[in-house]
Structure formats: C-alpha cells, structure tokens
Write a protein that binds this ligand. Structure first.
Ligand SMILES: [Zn+2]
Length: 242
C-alpha cells in the first residue's frame, strides 16, 4: 500500500448538522426526489453542491505560484464533467479552503466543508509538487470535495481483504498509523450515497486507493489509478448534470 497516497476523507461528526447543511445547499441531497423505489429506500443522503454554482477555492497559506498553478490545473480536470465552476482566490474566503503546509492529504466530503470554521482549511494538500503523484492526489482530493466517496468502499466492491493483515499493517507503519477503528472507517465500511446508486463498482476509479496484493486473500490487487476513469466521468455527469 502506498503510504503517500494515503488520504483521509473527513465527514462532519454530527450527522444531523451535516444533513441540514447538505439539504440547505441542495435539496436533491435528500435523495428522495426522483421517486424510484431504490432511491426512496436509501437511509443515507449525499453532500453535493447546488448544481450550476461557482465554488470559490481559496489558498490559505500562499503556496508559490507554480505550486498553486499545478493544483489549479489538476483540479480543473474535473470541470468538463461537472456543471460547476471553480473560482480560485488568494484571500481566506472560500467554499473550499486549501492548506498546503501540513503533511497529510485530506478533504471534507462535499458540503460538509460548509460546517468547518471559516478560519480553518477544508482540504489539506500536503503532497509536495515534486512528488510523482502530486497531480493524482490533488484530483483525488477534489473528487471528495465534489462529494465523491472512496471507491474501495463501494457497497459492491467485495474486496477480499485479509483483515488481520490490514489491521497489522496500519497499526505498525511508521507514517500516520491507524487504529482498527480508523481502518474500519477508512477501508472496510461501505457507503450508501448517490454514488453507489448511480454507478457500479469501478476498480479503475481515481477515488480508489491502491490495494496491495499482500493485504488481500488470493491474487487480488489494485494498482494506483492515475487518471479520472470512464466511470468517474459518468458519475460526475450524473451528480452535476449540465
Ligand atoms: Zn481519498
């Protein structure tokens, strides 16, 4: 497993507040409006931005121009597939607020960013511009900011995890070790949002973490996915239709 691709997808802990923020932003997040039987049955909701809006993206800690431009170029790779615009700003006021000086890569999921104190970042891009997968990580974190979940947690993923080995690996690694509870939440728990309703499991998704063969039962692995996949594009077109 590639430590550097490690990403923390963060959801607001108070589900009621997160639900209210999501519905206020975009009533379709309730997932009940289209009236299909499947949609009515979902318990969970989505955290998508209001379709058609402009998202302000702020750089909070003044990365240098080249660094900033590379983040912008990577984030913009989503634009052909969504009905949103990005407006990148240097002041501190943004719907999405990026910090680059920490060592971790993380993002709030979609509208959960609305619940973060305006002085705090909603996305950490600790990856250094010289890292070979800088662009991949930026695209991945923006996927979360747009509301996409981790594809390895798709309810139909059925990854043959060797769970004891996975716990052991994360507990003992040097960088950013994880407790069993964190592993459960970040790797094993499946989600049930619109992502899962709209598209089938996609092991080529840029939202999929790499899965090492040593952490699965039998011969099963997923390499690092470096491009927005066909299904990623399809999902984003469905979430933010033009
Ligand atoms: Zn992630």
């Amino acid at each position: 497993m590639n430590d550097l691709l490690d990403c923390q997808l963060i959801q607001w802990p108070d589900d009621q507040a997160a639900y209210t923020a999501a519905i206020n932003e975009n009533p379709a997040n309730a997932g009940t409006s289209s009236g299909t039987r499947r949609k009515r049955s979902i318990v969970h909701y989505s955290k998508l931005w209001a379709n058609g809006r402009t998202l302000k993206v702020a750089f909070m800690d003044s990365p240098d121009t080249d660094h900033k431009n590379r983040i912008i170029a990577a984030a913009r790779q989503w634009l052909p597939y969504i009905n949103l615009k990005f407006e990148f700003v240097d002041d501190l006021k943004g719907d999405i607020r990026i910090a680059t000086k920490n060592n971790n890569n993380s993002s709030m999921l979609g509208t959960d960013a609305l619940l973060i104190h305006p002085d705090h970042p909603t996305m950490n891009l600790g990856v250094k511009p010289e890292h070979e997968d800088f662009e991949v990580i930026v695209i991945h974190e923006f996927g979360h900011a747009l509301g996409a979940m981790h594809e390895h947690q798709h309810p139909k993923a059925n990854i043959p995890w060797d769970k004891p080995k996975v716990y052991e690996f994360y507990r003992t690694r040097e960088m950013n070790p994880l407790t069993e509870e964190q592993v459960d939440r970040n790797l094993f728990a499946s989600f049930d949002t619109l992502d899962a309703i709209y598209t089938s499991y996609d092991r080529k998704s840029i939202m999929h973490h790499p899965v090492a063969n040593t952490l699965t039962v039998g011969n099963w692995e997923v390499p690092i996915n470096r491009r927005i996949s066909r299904k990623d594009k399809r999902l984003m077109r469905l979430l933010y239709p033009k």
